[in-house]
Design a protein around this ligand. Structure first.
Ligand SMILES: O=P(O)(O)OC[C@H]1O[C@H](OP(=O)(O)O)[C@H](O)[C@@H]1O
Length: 323
């Protein structure tokens, strides 16, 4: 019942072939459009159930970036009609509207973030965030000269994607290993990161290593800017839920031969050797200077106001119906 292209998108998200909170949201919306377009459902109820099944499949891929359930909810809430033809048209239209909003949001937040950057500033980045890069892009378009210290970001080295993008834009890049970050904080004017989820208390859930970077930046007096469109606001945290931190496979950290080298005795499976690979961490609001959204910039402690305004109606999980 779930279309094979939806299965492929889900697998790509789980394997991080498709990654980054905003990119995941767009891919999920695209997949729902494909499901709607290709559906052979012979009744409105069958069509609705197909879309919910596709959304469930996409939802179970990765747990931390709230942009994924927020995107699925947006599309499923736009599904309307009494016939398969009308339902299909409503899904296609809603996906188009959602994706157009994504583009505008990222562009608008980029301008807000750019306003915080002065000509000649250097930013330190962590991981790869399209929202964070949008701020740099807007600053460049405003004619400011910006340079960057780019953290490699173990274990998957997504800093390389950031470095490549910045070089394409002509930005001078200094690539450093994560452990060198504190040393280079003295040379930068801002720490600029993205977010996978923002909690109601203003905590920022982002790529593992963000919280240590933010604490060091505070100690060095370097402001921390989080670029996050409102799709990253985690509505469940309004009602006391926490954000699940994804634990990824040990193979991202250690090869089989490295494991065998470390393991005691002849058993590479050595039960006494554990590798932990959390993908994200939580930065408390006191270490964040500003959350930059398409609605303007917010001190983290006040983000709850925006969250209530946008998501205060509650969060149903339309994909969970009829399970
Ligand atoms: O939405 P944009 O700003 O592109 O990315 C937001 C965040 O998503 C990424 O997660 P992952 O690489 O999917 O684990 C990074 O943590 C990045 O900061």
């Amino acid at each position: 019942m779930v279309h094979e292209e939806v299965e492929e998108t889900a697998a790509d998200i789980a394997e991080m072939e498709i990654r980054g909170a905003a990119t995941i949201a767009r891919a999920a919306a695209d997949a729902l459009r494909t499901q709607a377009h290709e559906s052979e459902a012979d009744s409105p109820e069958a069509f609705r159930e197909e879309l919910r099944a596709a959304a469930r499949r996409l939802h179970e891929t990765r747990p931390t970036a709230v942009s994924l359930p927020n995107a699925l909810r947006y599309v499923l809430r736009g599904m309307e009609g009494d016939s398969v033809v009308d339902l299909r048209a409503s899904v296609v239209e809603t996906v188009e509207e959602f994706e157009a909003e994504l583009d505008v949001a990222q562009e608008n937040l980029g301008q807000v973030g750019a306003n915080r950057l002065r000509d000649g500033d250097t930013v330190m980045t962590h991981c790869h965030s399209t929202d964070a890069l949008s701020c740099v892009k807007a600053a460049l378009e405003d004619g400011k000269e910006i340079s960057a210290v780019v953290k490699e970001t173990r274990p998957r080295k997504q800093g390389h994607i950031t470095a490549r993008q910045l070089r394409e834009w002509g930005v001078d890049v200094t690539l450093v290993v994560d452990n060198a970050a504190r040393r280079y904080l003295d040379d930068v004017d801002h720490v600029l990161v993205g977010a996978d989820s923002i909690a109601a208390d203003g905590s920022v859930v982002n790529k593992i290593g963000t919280s240590g970077l933010a604490v060091n930046a505070r100690e060095r007096g370097v402001p921390v800017m989080v670029a996050a469109q409102t799709l990253k606001l985690h509505p469940d945290t309004l009602t006391g839920h926490t954000v699940e931190i994804e634990m990824r496979d040990e193979s991202e950290v250690l090869t089989e031969s490295e494991r065998a080298d470390i393991a005691a005795g002849d058993d590479p499976e050595d039960p006494g050797l554990t590798v932990e690979n959390p993908a994200f961490d939580v930065t408390p609001p006191r270490y964040v200077d500003a959350i930059v959204t398409e609605r303007g910039q917010f001190p983290p402690e006040s983000i709850v106001t925006l969250m209530r305004e946008l998501y205060g109606g509650g969060t149903t999980e339309p994909w969970a119906k009829q399970e």
